[in-house]
Design a protein around this ligand. Structure first.
Ligand code: PLP
Length: 373
């Protein structure tokens, strides 16, 4: 048989300033490239403990049940929803973005009923609307997207939403994929029962190991289910054998992804979580000031604008697809088009993790300035 002749790996060199993956920190890349050990090696087990401890600190939680799920953010998301939602349960989900829609789809596949809090894309949920939905639908679960990457909306008033859910006996699952490690998120203080995230946003990791944390109330519900979770791979009662005290084989953990996540979380500790939130705020303010100066306009009101992802309307006559292509092909800078209601008029620009620095922000603004003329 003829051999297949494929060139040596040489991916294009891009500055990653889109909705993720973000720029990877060199120390994280070095950790990722470290030779793997066995996933049950005592040395690795120690690193699992350390990674769990670091994750708790970054999420702001004491939850014992805090792990990196093997897979991207959607795997952690599906682990949260598929375990928490039992067939016949009702879940209230946000209707203000693409990832709220994905949550709804996962609820349906888990056998649950969906009640959507209808909200315009580009706006945060109104806690009063969540309270009304809880009164009307008596849900078992309330979902909220803390940082909606499709629109650039940061959900303020998280505590009002968790209070509304808890007053009706529902558990809260929060998506903090685009906020964790870059935007203030306080799991326990805000009363979030289950939170999930991803590595490739504000943590500046390659995608592949994704944070998940479950509190005692949620874990009790999960362990008390009548019907087994429909996903074997993401069944938390089985994953407990590996990430809990036993450390017994369930599946082969993506060892190098855990190395990378551990290093990324170490960097969070070195910088300080609050200092990191401030850095993201500072550089996103600089990015946004530059964007408005170039003639773009904000899609989201200032009170709900996400530091880690800005959605910006282009001046008349420019199409997002063409701007994104020129940025990539002529300047090697990755940004993204808007989604849904904003697909034809806006671009999305990230300010995440290792990209939330002067150099990447100036390069992005410079390239955009050249693209728009
Ligand atoms: N939730 C939000 C808010 C996201 O932005 C993303 C990805 O961009 C996901 C969930 C899904 O994560 P992944 O693409 O890593 O599977």
């Amino acid at each position: 048989m003829d051999s297949i002749d494929v060139d040596e790996l040489r991916p294009p060199e891009r500055l990653l300033m889109g909705p993720g993956p973000s720029e990877t920190h060199p120390r994280v890349l070095a950790a990722f490239g470290t030779p793997p050990v066995g996933h049950l090696d005592p040395g690795f087990v120690e690193m699992m403990d350390e990674t769990q401890e670091l994750l708790r600190a970054t999420l702001g939680t004491e939850n014992e049940w805090t792990i990196p799920v093997s897979g991207t953010g959607s795997a952690a998301m599906e682990a949260a929803i598929a375990n928490l939602v039992a067939p016949g349960d009702t879940a209230v989900v946000p209707g203000n973005g693409y990832f709220g829609d994905r949550m709804a789809e996962m609820v349906r596949r888990a056998g649950g009923e969906v009640a959507v809090v209808e909200t315009a894309w580009g706006e945060p949920l109104d806690p009063a609307a969540v309270r009304d939905a809880c009164a009307t639908h008596d849900p078992d679960v309330v979902g909220v997207v803390h940082a909606e990457t499709s629109t650039g909306v940061l959900q303020p008033s998280m505590e009002e939403i968790t209070a509304a859910a808890h007053d009706h006996g529902a558990l809260v699952v929060a998506d903090c994929v685009t906020s964790l490690g870059g935007v203030e998120f306080r799991m326990d203080e805000w009363g979030v029962d289950v939170a999930y995230s991803a590595g490739q946003k504000c943590l500046s990791c390659p995608p592949g190991a994704s944070p998940l944390s479950v509190n005692d109330a949620a874990m009790e519900k999960i362990l008390d289910r009548d019907e087994a979770v429909r996903s074997w791979y993401l069944d938390l009662s089985l994953l407990d054998e590996y990430w809990g005290d036993e450390r017994a084989y369930h599946h082969t953990a993506p060892v190098n992804n855990v190395y990378a996540l551990r290093e990324a979380l170490r960097l969070v500790q070195e910088e300080g979580l609050e200092a990191r939130w401030q850095r993201h705020r500072r550089f996103s303010a600089a990015l946004q000031a530059g964007l408005w100066e170039l003639g773009l306009e904000p899609v989201v009101d200032e009170n709900a604008r996400l530091p880690s992802l800005t959605t910006a309307r282009l001046p008349d006559g420019l199409t997002p697809g063409a701007v994104v292509a020129t940025m990539r092909d002529d300047h090697n800078v990755e940004i993204a088009t808007g989604l849904g209601a904003f697909a034809d008029e806006a671009v999305r620009i990230g300010c995440m993790g290792h990209g939330a620095r002067r150099g990447p922000i100036l390069e992005t603004l410079g390239a955009l300035g050249e693209t728009l003329v």
